[in-house]
Design a protein around this ligand. Sequence first.
Ligand code: F6P
Length: 359
Amino acid sequence: MKRLGVLTSGGDCAGLNAAIRAVVKRAITGYGAEVVGILQGTKGLMERPVLARPLDLSVFTGDILRQGGTMLGTVNTGDPFAFPDGQGGFADRSDEVIDGIRQLGLDALIGIGGDGSMRILRRLADQGGLPFVGIPKTIDNDVQGTELCIGYHTAVATAVEALDRLQPTAASHHRVMVLEVMGRDAGHIALASGIAGGADVVLLPEIPYDIQAVARKLATVKEEGRNHALVVCAEAARPIDGAVTTHADPGGTVHYGGAGQVVGAEIAQATGADVRVTVLGHVQRGGMPTSVDRMLASAFGVHAVDLAAAGRTGRMVGWRDGDTTDTALEDLGDGPRCVDLNGSQARTARGLGICLGDR
Ligand code: F6P
């Protein structure tokens, strides 16, 4: 392995720079390899000249490990197999991307991405015959083949901090505070932050909610003598008799967001409570990575380079039972890794009396 490429793909999150740094450090100090950073994900590989920069140890002056975002840039609307053609349609530009990779003369590529990016990068690698290793990242923590993705821990810490700030103001004003968090297909952020942040109700994409069950829980909180309550709502939560709340931008791209307002209005209607809604949004994606995300990103970066150097490519690194692991890309299940409704966190939430919207 003489020349290794690295790119970030899909939505950003905290810890990406720590992963890039680990890849570069391991590749150079462990194997004497050169590292090329590809800019703007697969979109950078469509540009001519290809958007890329050499990454050597002098780049990592001590601050990058701590920074949010990605020093390489990224795109989450750039599927090269269905790339917007600017006229409302889509074009397959995968050959250009593969040609871009060839122009860089890479022996292997490390792609840091979520489940969507992992599927795309795997397809590109297959089509181009390029040795590929994936590193999972997404605040949603829903990639198959790993218990943890880079960015999730920081997002949960941010949501918990928001609940810590909402609780005193809720108590002062005798209010129900609804906090909408991200989680497009899976409710990992909502459930973990709800447990750690002392929520009374947590609404997940995995369990369509009955507003009457939520109202009953809030009545119980009142009967028990508490004048306020905290509700965490995943952006993709939906009522038993309704749909997920989305909106389309002028280009027709559909975004989540607004579920918290819907739940807040339903709670006010069903209980008469004074309700306020906070949408945390992209605050969860930015900021300094927590120590857990830095450690995870560092472990993933080192493990990914070791796999590439050993010729064990076509795999994604992951975290299982307190250690790094790796899985063949073709063995990763389809679809997102959702919350296990019989798992530890769901049992913990129910054990604490948190209402998950169904009873
Ligand atoms: O997949 C991660 C995620 O943060 C989702 O939770 C959220 O719905 C989406 O990305 C938002 O993406 P964008 O950056 O396009 O607004």
